[in-house]
Design a protein around this ligand. Structure first.
Ligand code: ATP
Ligand code: MG
Length: 815
């Protein structure tokens, strides 16, 4: 997604002043062209049907056949060879016909008598005030049927403004055709193609990085699209970014009503996306409560629990009136039955679905709450808990549902319980028969085993103690590089029976206590909360693996203990505790000057390099943050809690208080939105860590200025303006120039690590070489959640931070 569109747009615009331009004294005549400075685009007269009709348009300069991306006089062609495009006395761009009468004008309330028109290398035709350099008008704000990279569609309800695409009438007639593409102000927004005034195609609601109605846009899809809404102020922006590795790309709404993303690989145009493509994609194909099955014949089916409104019409393939409920909901009938709990409605899950239209975003923060919320509300017909969105509910009839062969979302449909019991009964009988058979087989097998064991080693029962004994001897026999198996009483003694005074801290996986073994060795004992879903055997295997990860920048695991439900991990004790205790303490922070901080950054990078690349396990940490960086007596950093995520599965790590453990500010956008984890999400967290270490400011509590900039936006602005040297923790006092240069470079690396797209972030190997050399660094783009607060742009930052808070509850360790 390209959240930095506005910034890029502005920088690209300003960087191209001073090239050949169109002025009052040098108008553009038929046959002449104006090129953009880098030769990417060309402006001139063209005739699409080789008649005498001439239009002023913009096209890719080096591409044949010509692809027109913008037209000025769409509705009024000129035919005279003396027509020309010039600047009027009041400063607008005007097209004059042979009689020097205006045929088209850029209009608006421009009042500058000294301006020029320039074609930029982005394909944007701009009218620039010669004195102020301000843009008085730009073609990117007046789109035709095409979006070029860095353009956007938008809506602005308070100002009653919209930026939309309008198709051509035909391939040879640029006048406005019958199709329009726009984004809706629904929350979340979706893309629409309208034919006249009726909806023709719908993208499905936007889920942070993808449209839910386009299954091809799965998590691996490199999406050049981005959407940001400011719900409070009633604005929304849908942006198109530059497609990686492709010089040229565009989105076009064709005269046939199809939206196409095309990209050029130097020789050919390749279709990156096209919609609608299948008969099911046409809006409301199967009517209310009808399901259009992409691979089905007939195309339309009624949802479970529904029947065709008119059998006859349905059979003849006229599906538009859709389906009606077979059994009334208990909610709609006898409400006392509901309160007695006898006949409450139930939900039926339909998978691989394009979420129907007319959805509403509910504020429930998990699937169960979403379920209960819908159940409680009689008018709620369905709900869906979607990654990247949250809880969507439907309070009306369900329209425009498509069943994909794969991908899509799961919709839970409200039905009378009796609609489900039939199939439930069959299911129960099947399950009972299966369970009985499995039980019998197990009994027979157990008898066989028992007889065998009685024969071999005599009758014995394996007690808890000798199970642990077995593990212990197993470990000893394997010589697991110094890993010890502790008895619970040893750790109880060492930690004064897990006394409150010994507590070092509490984290998402459990509580950490300081301990002292009888030989005087100090240890840190992590008493894990009992929510690991692993069995003892898997748990032990995991520990054995992790204990083999050894590096001087990783905290050593010394041993473990399992006693019934209790699972404890024993680590080396770090006298200086965690980095946060220094960094954010007004006094202690003075102990870590820049050279020490730089050493800590490098040490963390080395530890991460080992985890990601050099270790046999290739571990993604998933929870890098200041409290997981421990410091030894020489202030060398040690990454802790690596591999812990491996031992836990699913969404198990919300702590006892029910609060969220995963730390919001450190989470890469793709993790926060979709739960996707990779080395690159660790890199993002590492980037945040770098910025915290440099500035001495905590990501979670940092807020600057009246517009409450977060740490990333503050850093970005400061780095863009002054190179970042002044970001170094002011509490450290004066710095020499070496420190400033090093710190500036680290800010630069930090910004590269927090790039919005995972692919734009360096990997740890690259980070390592950036940290240890002085070679030129790539330029970062403005990270996510960082926006100018001007005009529409502010909506981007606003919505982005909203999005984070919406997802806050779903994000936790190990998800
Ligand atoms: P998370 O569960 O996400 O790792 P956390 O790091 O805040 O969160 P714990 O890992 O449980 O929580 O650690 C709690 C605190 O205990 C840490 O902040 C640190 O100060 C302290 N601590 C943890 N391990 C050690 C250790 N080996 N030596 C000294 N102090 C430690
Ligand atoms: Mg920790």
């Amino acid at each position: 997604m390209c959240i930095g569109v506005w910034f890029l747009l502005i920088t690209t615009m300003f960087s191209s002043c001073g090239h050949a331009a169109l002025t009052t004294s040098s108008p553009l005549s038929v046959g002449q062209t104006l090129s953009s400075p880098g030769g990417s685009y060309e402006l001139g007269f063209f005739s699409p049907n080789n008649s005498g009709d001439q239009y002023v348009g913009i096209w890719f300069q080096k591409v044949t056949p010509r692809v027109i991306v913008w037209v000025a006089n769409r509705e009024k062609p000129v035919s005279s060879p003396s027509a020309n495009l010039t600047i009027s006395s009041n400063g607008s761009l005007i097209l004059l016909d042979g009689k020097q009468e205006p045929v088209w004008s850029s209009g608006g309330d421009v009042t500058s008598n000294k301006c020029r028109a320039e074609l930029l290398d982005t394909g944007n035709l701009v009218l620039v005030d010669n004195v102020t350099g301000k843009y008085l008008w730009q073609s990117f704000e007046h789109l035709g049927d095409t979006m070029l990279p860095l353009t956007s569609l938008m809506y602005d309800i308070p100002n009653n403004k919209k930026r939309i695409l309008t198709s051509w009438k035909s391939e040879t007639d640029p006048s406005p055709g019958e199709f329009v593409a726009e984004i809706t102000p629904q929350v979340p927004s979706q893309g629409l193609i309208l034919k006249g005034s009726s909806t023709y195609w719908r993208s499905g609601p936007w889920a942070g990085t993808r449209f839910t109605g386009i299954p091809e846009m799965d998590e691996s899809y490199v999406n050049p699209l981005g959407m940001v809404q400011d719900v409070v102020n009633g604005t929304g922006v849908f942006a198109f970014c530059v497609l990686r590795n492709f010089n040229l790309s565009y989105i076009k709404l064709t005269p046939e009503g199809s939206l196409r993303i095309q990209r050029n690989n130097e020789t050919n145009w390749i279709k990156h996306f096209e919609g609608p493509v299948s008969a099911c994609d046409l809006y409301g194909r199967c009517g209310p409560f009808g399901l259009c099955v992409r691979s089905g014949t007939p195309l339309c089916q009624c949802l479970k629990g529904f029947k065709p409104k008119s059998d006859e019409e349905w059979r003849s393939g006229n599906w538009s009136r859709g389906c009606v409920r077979r059994t009334d909901l208990s909610c709609q009938g006898d409400s006392s039955a509901e309160t007695q709990g006898k006949d409450r409605d139930a939900f039926y899950r339909v998978s691989n679905i394009k979420p129907p239209d007319s959805y509403e975003l509910a504020s429930f923060s998990n699937e169960e709450q979403c379920h209960q919320g819908c159940l409680r509300n009689c008018s709620c017909t369905a709900f869906s808990y979607i990654s990247g969105i949250g809880c969507l509910v439907w309070n009306r009839e369900l329209l425009d549902m498509v069943k994909f062969t794969s991908g899509g979302e799961t919709l839970s449909l409200r039905l009378a319980r009796s609609e489900l019991t039939g199939s439930k009964r069959i299911k129960m009988i099947t399950v009972s028969i299966l369970s009985l058979s499995v039980f019998l087989i197990l009994v027979i097998a157990a008898c066989g085993c028992w007889r065998y064991r009685v024969k071999k080693i005599g009758a014995s029962i394996i007690s808890k103690e000798n199970l642990e004994g077995a593990w212990k001897s197993d470990l000893q026999s394997q010589d697991v590089s110094g890993l010890s198996f502790f008895e619970i009483h040893t750790l109880q003694t060492a930690t004064n029976n897990f006394r409150e005074l010994n507590k070092l801290g509490q984290g998402g996986f459990g509580t950490v206590y300081k301990g002292k073994l009888v030989d005087g060795k100090e240890i840190a004992v992590k008493r894990l909360s009992s929510n690991s879903v692993q069995g003892t055997e898997e748990f032990m295997n995991e520990i054995k693996l992790i204990s083999k990860l050894q590096h001087r920048n990783l905290l050593r695991l010394l041993g473990c203990c399992i006693d019934g439900e209790e699972k404890l991990l024993v680590f080396e004790y770090m006298v200086n505790k965690s980095l946060d205790t220094f960094l954010f303490d007004l006094k202690k922070k003075l102990e870590i000057d820049w050279p020490k901080r730089f050493n800590i950054i490098q040490g963390i990078a080395r530890g991460l390099l080992y985890l990601h690349r050099d270790s046999f396990l290739r571990v993604v940490h998933r929870d890098l943050k200041v409290s997981n960086i421990l410091l030894d007596e020489k202030m060398n950093p040690k990454i802790s809690d690596f591999g812990l995520a491996r031992m836990f599965q699913g969404n198990q790590h919300q702590d006892n208080t029910g609060s969220v453990v995963g730390t919001l500010g450190y989470m890469a956008p793709e993790y926060a939105w979709t739960g996707t984890f990779s080395e690159k999400s660790d890199i993002y967290s590492f980037g945040v860590l770098i910025l915290e270490i440099i500035t001495g400011k905590e990501i979670s509590s940092f807020s600057y200025g009246k517009d409450s900039k977060n740490l990333l936006s503050y850093t970005w602005e400061s780095w863009s303006e002054t190179g970042g040297a002044n970001l170094l923790d002011q509490d450290l006092g004066d710095f020499d120039s070496v420190n400033s240069v090093e710190a500036g470079r680290c800010v630069h690396i930090g910004l590269l690590c927090v790039q919005h797209q995972a692919i734009d972030r360096p990997n740890i190997k690259q980070v390592m070489s950036m940290l240890t050399s002085t070679t030129d660094l790539p330029k970062p783009t403005q990270p996510m959640f960082v926006m100018d607060t001007s005009d529409e742009d502010s909506s981007l930052s606003q919505r982005s931070s909203d999005r984070f808070s919406v997802d806050e509850n779903k994000s936790s360790k190990g998800a």
